[in-house]
Design a protein around this ligand. Structure first.
Ligand code: NAD
Length: 458
């Protein structure tokens, strides 16, 4: 069967299975989540091996940045599911007396989840957790770029789940576009803003709701009175983990003019201490030659103050600092998504804020300061998806914080309850009692009815 027919059939089967109502059963959802956790646990070794083959990601980093978050998401969903599915009682207004109002959580139906390559397990499987918890069927299309992780996820899911409920379809652009021709009840996409627009356009044809987890240039703004040592340590970790191939990595630094040299020395010190290398198992490869070439083009040899070494045969790119960078430089024209750290300076905070505001709304923003007024000014004046004060990346590890972008960095959010909500419809139902029936809304109307209705609405 060609892939077009196969895709059509898989979606059709999922739609009929959803209609059978099985996925709405709480025990079914709990069973599926437990099974998913068990499959991941039992295959941890294979998961580590596949991702190492794809881009030399170590066991430690795979656990810390992918599997641990997945386990947490599954455990949280299992713990909270009963409260999430419970119809929510809300107040009823006087006009509707006597009655009761409730919001029911309804699964959307058949969902398509499309993953990105940079954290292949987490970005593909984490959205499946709330989709299943909310009672949907799922077709997952992981990124084709890390081919070993994609093949392993397909094997593990497809061998252990019925394809009419949860199924992985592997492939790239062509297969995704074939999938997009089908009617889904929800599309959850993680990837670039450019492809996000293609997804949104395709979804619009069927009025399919979307969550778009996209990218952007996330600033890290330093002020002079920050705790330099600990702030730089956290920022360097966040920037170079996964060799900078993280959607919420600090993309560039903004610091006061007279702080730049001190800051650069501290960054160098921590890059040295962290000793990034494949031999240490604490650094990863640039995912492919295409991305390595793209990153190389962003380098301006005159502005490299640290690093800049590239080894094409092993796809190694050294952590690299560029200074002084201007907003017109090539490195500031696109999301870097690699281990290059440009440093720009500002004269005052208003100038720094304007520079960020002139660009598209970022996925994240980080502020390193001990000044609460600066912190509040940035939070209130810069629009960004989410972020942290005196830290970077770690907001993603708190599932009580909805994770998502704004503007060009995304639509919607997930993690924790926000994830469950993004795969559910809030079905509002008003239940009217029959023991009282006021005549006021019925014709024939009169002046006294008019006075009463104004009073009731007022
Ligand atoms: P991408 O947009 O190239 O690919 C994402 C997915 O879309 C893949 O599954 C791919 O097969 C598919 N795809 C690619 N081109 C397509 C096309 N023309 N039509 C239909 N489908 C297509 O993104 P990527 O390179 O995998 O990931 C990098 C980007 O993702 C960065 O911009 C990064 O910031 C962003 N990202 C965002 C998050 C987040 O949570 N917000 C997380 C990780 C990555």
């Amino acid at each position: 069967m060609d892939s077009e027919k196969l895709i059509e059939e898989k979606v059709k089967n999922q739609r009929s299975f959803f209609k059978k109502q099985h996925t709405k059963n709480l025990d079914f959802r709990i069973g599926a989540l437990k099974k998913l956790k068990k499959i991941i646990q039992e295959n941890e070794k294979a998961l580590y091996e596949a991702i190492y083959l794809d881009f030399k990601k170590s066991k430690f980093e795979t656990y810390a940045t992918e599997l641990a978050l997945l386990y947490h998401d599954i455990d949280e969903a299992l713990y909270e599911i009963k409260s999430w599915v419970k119809p929510q009682k809300v107040s009823t207004n006087l006009l509707n007396f006597p009655g009761k109002s409730r919001i029911y959580q309804e699964p959307l139906g058949t969902c398509l989840i499309i993953g990105a390559w940079n954290y292949p397990y987490q970005l593909s499987l984490a959205p499946c957790v709330p989709a299943i918890a909310a009672g949907n069927t799922v077709i997952l299309k992981p990124s084709e770029i890390p081919s070993n992780t994609s093949a392993l996820m397909a094997k593990l899911i497809n061998e252990n789940f019925d394809s009419e409920f949860f199924h992985v379809i592997e492939g790239g652009k062509e297969e995704t576009q074939e999938l997009l021709k089908q009617k889904f009840d929800k599309i959850f996409f993680t990837g670039s803003t450019t492809v996000g627009k293609i997804i949104y356009e395709a979804a619009a044809k069927n009025l399919t709701p979307v969550t778009l987890e996209l990218g952007g240039k996330s600033p890290a703004i330093f002020t002079e009175n920050c705790n330099l040592d600990v702030c730089v340590k956290r920022m360097v970790w966040a920037k170079f983990i996964n060799a900078g191939q993280t959607c919420i990595a600090p993309d560039y630094i903004l610091c006061p003019e007279n702080m730049a040299i001190k800051l650069i020395e501290k960054i160098k010190e921590y890059i040295g201490k962290f000793n990034y290398s494949f031999e240490n198992d604490n650094y990863v490869q640039i995912i492919n030659d295409k991305n390595l070439e793209r990153l190389e083009k962003l380098l301006d040899p005159n502005k490299i103050v640290y690093g800049g070494q590239i080894d094409t045969s092993s796809r190694f790119m050294e952590p690299t600092i560029m200074f002084p960078v201007l907003k017109t430089d090539a490195v500031m024209q696109e999301e870097i998504f690699g281990p290059i750290l440009p440093i720009l300076t500002y004269k005052n905070m208003d100038e720094a804020i304007s520079l960020v505001q002139e660009m598209e709304k970022p996925l994240s923003c980080y502020v390193f300061t001990n000044d609460r007024k600066v912190e509040q000014k940035i939070i209130s004046q810069i629009s960004f998806g989410g972020g942290a004060i005196n830290d970077a990346l770690m907001h993603i590890a708190n599932s009580s914080l909805p994770f998502g972008g704004v503007g060009q960095s995304g639509i919607g959010s997930y993690h924790g309850k926000a994830g469950f909500d993004s795969f559910s419809h809030n079905k509002s139902v008003f239940r009217k009692y029959n023991w009282l029936e006021l005549k006021i809304k019925y014709s024939p109307y009169s002046n006294s009815k008019f006075k009463w209705i104004k009073r009731l609405f007022g």
